[in-house]
Design a protein around this ligand. Structure first.
Ligand code: KIV
Length: 253
């Protein structure tokens, strides 16, 4: 399994790219041995690792600590790290934050949410300085308060057209791939057909070039029910609970 790079990723359009999130050293060691294309240290770590209500609370320092642990465990995977909320509110701040975390973690790319004009400019500047950027549109959890909740995007024509335009602009700005989160399946399919760069879906149907899932949802590692688009393949939370209950009971005797 050869580590991907931007040249090989460009050739992976329609190749069912598989991406999983990861936040810790031991899981990274495991993923490093598997036939997985990319690892994302998502700011979803705020929810699943730190117990925050939203990703808005996550800081650049927190992202850095977790991403460095993942890098140590998975040196052979293409690693993407999220820029958290409030660290790219201006172009200069975004360049500073991205450079800092990119250097500290030795990730291969950063991801940022949104496609407003200043964010497109930021992507242009980052790619010019040698920092590959993955885009992210549709549901952008860092804007949950502005959006008014978590729901599917692109259901009406105006919203669909907006998303299509955003996707085109992100490609033109230099993004090497785009996450489509909770995007209406038809719109995600249209965007996927339209772009040269790969689309990576989450809750956006099966027609995107790849899929990304939060590993803690896929393995049901926590007490909360995962989002409806992710059917867990195992209930690790319950399994661990059963083993620990038995261990503790046996020790009491
Ligand atoms: O933070 C994250 O895990 C993400 C994925 C859901 C795409 O952005």
């Amino acid at each position: 399994m050869k580590k991907l790079n931007l040249r090989t990723i460009r050739q992976m359009k329609q190749k069912k790219i598989q991406v999983l999130t990861c936040y810790d050293y031991q899981t990274a060691c495991l993923l490093d041995q598997l036939d997985l294309d990319m690892i994302l240290v998502g700011d979803s770590l705020g929810n699943v690792m730190l117990g925050y209500e939203t990703t808005v609370e996550v800081s650049l320092d927190e992202m850095t600590v977790f991403a460095k642990a993942v890098r140590r465990g998975a040196p052979n995977k293409f690693l993407i790290v999220d820029l958290p909320f409030g660290t790219y509110s201006t172009i200069n701040q975004g360049i500073h934050s991205a450079t800092k975390i990119f250097q500290a973690t030795q990730a291969e790319a950063v991801k940022l949410e949104g496609a407003f004009p200043y964010q497109l400019k930021l992507i242009e500047r980052l790619t010019q300085t040698g920092i590959p950027v993955m885009g992210h549109i549709g549901l952008t959890p860092q804007s949950v308060h502005q959006l008014g909740g978590y729901y599917t995007h692109g259901k009406d024509q105006t919203d669909a057209e907006r998303l299509i335009q955003e996707a085109k602009s992100l490609e033109a700005a230099g993004a090497f791939a785009i996450v489509l989160e909770m995007v209406d399946e038809k719109v995600a399919t249209e965007i996927t057909k339209m772009l040269k760069i790969p689309t990576i879906g989450i809750g956006a149907g099966q027609e995107t070039d790849g899929q990304v899932l939060v590993i803690n949802d896929l393995l049901k590692m926590g007490p909360k029910t995962p989002p409806k688009f992710c059917t867990p393949i195992v209930d690790l939370y319950q399994i661990k609970k059963n083993y620990l209950e038995k261990y503790l009971k046996d020790q009491r005797i």
